[in-house]
Design a protein around this ligand. Structure first.
Ligand code: CA
Length: 381
């Protein structure tokens, strides 16, 4: 089998209601889907992640100009050698960011082809399932005004609890006083319902404010505190871990086993959050998971992509070992974004659907989805 075509599809969709996270206003959804074609008639799909403010055209240009020439004519089942070829040939100008997101998109598509060609779901090719279903957590709680939205966010928490979510991750980083008002309102809205909360400031603060927030929220017994400081500030992460009891999570803006090595060596995180569509694909996430295991760190992937990225993440989470297993260990949970996103509803034949707060691992060969070409045209950027 040979690769005959590599295409990057840039998609865009304006949001009816723009929303904010701590780093800016999201006015449109973008996605970069990757299609890899073969002479055997099999097509694989992948995705290069667009972080909240990232245009899809950057990864698309990297795929078309830098990666495609390395792939045409190659055997798509040579997944690991192709990953190394893509990484090593772009290393001097790549290593992080959109270049690695581009490699991620191609890599996921190659795993999809491998699964389709062998008649097996991707999680089986990754070594098999540590779990057959994955519990989800609600990501949402974005802002429509910015500050002063505690009552609306408390209502959102009530709604998510009624929908069956057992875990809610609250977006913070809008000023410590506003953050505390939000958490007080959310915590009272779900009091006694047995839910667990996480927080995510998207690195809005330096160490002093990040510690102040973490200490004030200690009574809430948060499951984790995500991206408390900037991704480059490994010493800041380490300081925070020393000063707070809450598990510290991070890594959605880190890449490959080389980047995560620094995170682990610095003892910066309790929970590592690579995004399969950004950190280097399923191949790189396997490398990262092994290294995390050796450091006693649990991998719990970040998920923010379209249907393609979501399902690739689900296969990965199914195949992730527990770093610290026990009878009643905290299993990895799937980030289920509840904000408006047409690329999660309209792009593939079988979008993920939660049932009672859980997702079942797909059983069809490859990723287990087919992309709707009509939808690709409708949303083409
Ligand atoms: Ca995050």
């Amino acid at each position: 089998m040979k690769i005959t075509g590599v295409r990057a599809h840039c998609l865009a969709s304006e949001l009816e209601t723009p929303f904010a996270f701590s780093q800016g206003w999201v006015k449109a959804r973008g996605a970069c889907l990757v299609e890899v074609q073969t002479d055997a008639g099999l097509t694989g799909w992948g995705e290069a992640l667009c972080q909240g403010l990232q245009p899809p055209q950057i990864a698309a240009a990297a795929i078309e100009s830098a990666l495609k020439p390395l792939l045409i004519g190659a055997d798509p089942l040579q997944i690991e050698p192709l990953w190394h070829r893509m990484y090593m040939q772009t290393r001097d100008y790549g290593m992080k960011g959109a270049m690695i997101a581009a490699i991620s998109g191609v890599d996921i598509a190659l795993w999809d082809i491998a699964g389709k060609s062998l008649g097996q779901p991707v999680w089986r090719l990754l070594g098999g399932a540590h779990r057959e279903r994955v519990q989800i957590y609600a990501t949402g709680f974005y802002r429509e005004a910015g500050q002063g939205e505690a009552p609306r966010l408390a209502d959102e928490a009530t709604q998510r609890a009624a929908e069956g979510f057992r875990f809610l991750k609250i977006k913070l980083g809008f000023g410590v006083a506003d953050d505390l008002a939000v958490m007080q309102a959310v915590a009272s809205a779900i009091e006694g319902k047995g839910l667990r909360l996480m927080i995510d400031t998207n690195h809005a603060y330096g160490v002093a404010d990040a510690v102040r927030l973490g200490r004030a929220l200690a009574p809430l017994d948060l499951r984790w505190y995500e991206e408390p400081v900037a991704a480059e500030d490994l010493a800041g992460y380490r300081e925070l871990r020393a000063k707070l009891d809450v598990p510290v999570a991070g890594g959605e803006n880190e890449f490959t086993v080389f980047g995560f090595r620094q995170l682990f060596e610095a003892r910066a995180v309790d929970i590592a959050q690579p995004d399969v569509c950004a950190a280097g694909g399923l191949t790189a996430c396997r490398h990262i998971a092994s290294l995390a295991l050796a450091h006693g760190v649990q991998v719990n992937p970040h998920v923010w992509g379209s249907s393609v990225g979501q399902v690739a993440s689900l296969h990965l989470i199914g195949a992730l070992p527990l770093a610290n297993p026990s009878l009643f260990a905290d299993e990895p949970v799937f980030e289920y974004d509840c904000s408006a996103h047409p690329f999660r509803e309209q792009l593939v034949d079988k979008p993920l659907r939660q049932r009672g707060g859980w997702l079942d691992l797909p059983t069809a060969p490859g990723l287990g989805i087919e992309v709707d070409h009509g939808a690709l045209e409708r949303f083409r950027a």
